[in-house]
Design a protein around this ligand. Sequence first.
Ligand code: ADP
Ligand code: MG
Length: 152
Amino acid sequence: MKVARYLADENSTARLGFELAMVLHPGLVFYLVGDLGAGKTTLVRSVLRGLGFQGKVKSPTYALVESYVVSSLNLYHFDLYRFADPEEWESSGFREYFNPHTVSFVEWPEKAVGFLPPADVIIHLGIRDFGREAELEAVSEAGRQCLNRLQN
Ligand code: ADP
Ligand code: MG
C-alpha cells in the first residue's frame, strides 16, 4: 500500500509531518529515503513539532542518533549517512533502540543494511523542479494500519 503526496513547499512537508504525528504509535519504524536536501530531516522535525516538542531539532549527522521524549513517546531520529563501523552498532547500543516501546525515523537506512530491523513504512522523498514528491509505502501490517489512518 502506497500514499503519494506532492509537497509544493516546506509548509506542505511540515503538514505531512503533523499528520504523521497524529497516527504514530510505539513500535513503528520509518525509513526515510532520498537524496541530500530531499527533506528527510525537515519531515522528522515537523513530526516532533506535531507531537508538541518545542526544543531544537538537530540533524543527527555526526551523532548518528538524537533521542526525544515527547507526548509519552520515545522517539529516535537516526541519520546513518556516516555509519561505517559495524561494531559501532552493538557498542552504541543501537540494537536496543528498536523495541515495541519506541518510534524510530531512520535517514540513510541503506547504510546499515543487515543491522537495522525492517521498516513498517518507507518514506521516499524526491526533489522536483518545484517542491518535493513524497511516497509513503507500508511494508508491514502495522505500517498499513498507520497509513490507513493517515488517509482518512
Ligand atoms: P535531508 O535531511 O533530506 O538532507 P533537509 O531536511 O536537511 O534534507 O533539507 C531539506 C531542504 O529542503 C531544506 O532547506 C528545506 O527548507 C527544503 N524543503 C523541505 N521541504 C520542501 C518542499 N516541499 N519544497 C521545497 N523545499 C523544501
Ligand atoms: Mg538529513
